[in-house]
Write a protein that binds this ligand. Sequence first.
Ligand code: 2BA
Length: 110
Amino acid sequence: MKMILAIVQNEDAPELVEELNHQNFFVTKLASTGGFLKKGNTTLLTGVEDAKVEQVCGIIKQFAGKRRQMVFTSSPSAGSLANMSTSVPVNMEVGGATIFILSVEEFEKF
Ligand code: 2BA
């Protein structure tokens, strides 16, 4: 038995939890904060049989891992009107997950 502890970006958590549940994994979601940036992130706890670790890590990587994505960001308009901004598409790296896999001796529900 393993406890997978995954720290992911808040934006990625809803779809990731949905997919884990969809594939029959139990998940506990904790609101957490990065010690370095002091920014909110999400910590997910998932207890699984050893044989399922790879499957769970694959789902986390797919839904919360680092990937490149087109993001629309506003930039000051080159036009003459004050306070106007235009939306500019930028290919950015988004996401990122830190995973810890802990060996668990026992698992019981009362
Ligand atoms: P990441 O390494 O992708 O880490 C993202 C978040 O994952 C961290 O948020 C922290 O909440 C968690 N995390 C990562 N490694 C961990 C570990 N070994 N133990 C416990 N939690 C861990 P933050 O602490 O706010 O860090 C945000 C980003 O700042 C990190 O991204 C890394 O790129 C950088 N960073 C963090 N600590 C650093 C340090 N001491 N020196 C330089 N850069 C650091």
